[in-house]
Design a protein around this ligand. Sequence first.
Ligand code: IVH
Length: 719
Amino acid sequence: MTPHRTASQKPADHLTPDEAYAEHQRLGAEIKEHDRRYYEEDAPTVSDAEYDALRKRYEALEDLFPELKTPESLTQKVGAKVSEKFGKIRHRVPMLSLANGFSDEEVEDFVERVRRFLNWTSDAPLAFTAEPKIDGLSLSLRYENGRLVSAATRGDGAEGEDVTNNALTVDDIPHRLHGSHIPEIFEVRGEVYLSHKDFAAINERQEAAGKPVFANPRNAAAGSLRQLDAKITASRPLCFFAYAWGEVSAMPAETQHGMMEALRRFGFKVNPLTRLCTSVAQMLEHYHAIEADRANLGYDIDGVVYKVDDLTLQQRLGFVSRSPRWALAHKFPAQEAMTVLEGIEINVGRTGSLNPIARLKPVTVGGVVVSNATLHNEDYIKGIGGNGEKIRGGVDIRIGDTVVVLRAGDVIPKVLDVVLDKRPADAKPYEFPTTCPACGSHAVREVNPRTGKEDAVRRCTGGLICPAQARERLKHFVSRNAFDIEGMGEQRIDEFYEEGLVRRPQDIFTLQARNARNLKRLENREGWGETSARNLFAAIEARRSIALNRFIFALGIPHVGETSARLLSRHFGTFEHLRETAKAAADETSEAHAELTSIGGIGPVVAEAIVEFFKEAHNEEMLDALLAEVSVEPAEAPAVADSPVAGKTVVFTGALEQMTREEAKAMAERLGAKVAGSVSKKTDIVVAGPGAGSKLAKAAELGVQVMDEDGWFALVERG
Ligand code: IVH
């Protein structure tokens, strides 16, 4: 096919609207066909330059005849070629994270918690597996009828990137499962990692080629797997350990260790240091043995993972927030290093908090160069502690001090200690600013009305006029777990903010339309081009529709994190419902207020922050403008929509005999019910055990259905 066959020879501005329309149609079809050949057949028939010429002409037509820019236009879609990124794969079973513990006591507490949840005595036999926690990146492999059909990274846990072609180049990942009794559908999860030896070799090669070196094996593994060109992945000797699973049509075993054995039979590597333990003492013994052998393993691990062995118990224990109740990651102690504090900078956060950052003489801590660390807040610098954290020596921190820096896993490094012997004679106590460095407004420490205590955090009172707060809110808005707008990183926000292009969330969605009218078009600015501008607009377009929980989280309501956003989304179902209730809840005696404060997991501080947020006229204004641009998808119906209690509000009261209160709550939520703490008109079912008092009376008064534990089990068909 000759590239310009369908492109008219006339300059675009000599075309009549009808001619332009016809050519735009023809070009669109041709570009699509090239995309298909390129992406699906891996066999393009035109050069990149020829392809680009077609796209340019297509866009030129749209610039001259804006009515051609319909939602169906190729310029409005995030095509693979346009965005140059991976396709997405939705995980059928979410990929979750693990709760962490750092001490032997925390392991004891974990086992104790499991027993309590199950209502087991302290001597009832309970087994756990213990295995190394690999410091790599997790990957989910889907096998259908024994064949590998897709591979996805963890992503945000709900949706990951499609890296199938790359996974196929990893030796430890079988293309076909071995042996017999292979489930029809089998999703295997595990960790992709690099050995120390291969990591060193890759960095040597990078260096020789004048390319940047990787900071650690995990980054190198991630960089190698997420290559658009699978040939590069193939040249990096990635390894894989299997340790978990997602969707499975028929479970090949009933225990965690049995599943590991099955994974091994099917052709995977499972970690040889996996042990079955029947007591806390054995778990800790294995932990310390692995820790002692850590340096000889040849690959990075950052702790030991314990998992309840019996899969039926795993099921009963379920999840809390984003991690299973049946597992714990026992992390190795963090790493420390000494360096000099060269300065203290104040960052203004999204909610106006003045956050002190330590500028350090760069130092390597556990293989990573650290030059910034958190100093928490004013009291922490004074050495008197705030929010329970206190500097180890109990002294204040001064510029010029030699300090001990701690880095633990992925968390931000922090200044842990001051070496007083090395304090320069002229070092002066640090004076924390009382005005905002970004806008000059007063910065104050509020007094909590309930406790009468001064807040540890000093906050800027500038609100909307403070550019730092506005920027941080925007950065939060576009961040990965919020709107997740590709190409809208922190620097972009700073740049757009300064130029006045984006000052409020809603401005993001009008950027393209304004750009079309702007004299200084984005694509003509320094550091920009046709492609980068197009990609950005496409990424924005792709987010005009957004899940309710992400939308709520993106608003940046103080104290409303991802978990609360998810709970709110599940409870209210639509944004309108949340908004109406939150507004009505300003009246503390209202039904709405009772509803908001009775949602499981939403405490009084969060509820108050929500009410405050919706009270503000400028937030209302922002929401109206934003909702004119984006549509918020209603929350997905609970996974178990057909359960008899799905969507119902349940209250448990009195003593429960067959399950603990916690288990009852988890079970109800698993079945799609909402669990509330008090009885109201919205309550559907009250499950009352012996000794139930006022809630039972209230239920009778309101005519709410009441049942005992047996009745509950009969209803949900278990027990
Ligand atoms: S089990 C539902 N086992 O740690 C929990 N995870 O902090 C499934 N990881 O995302 C995870 N080694 O990437 C499990 N032996 C191991 C692991 C392991 C490393 C990673 C995994 C997970 C993260 C959670």
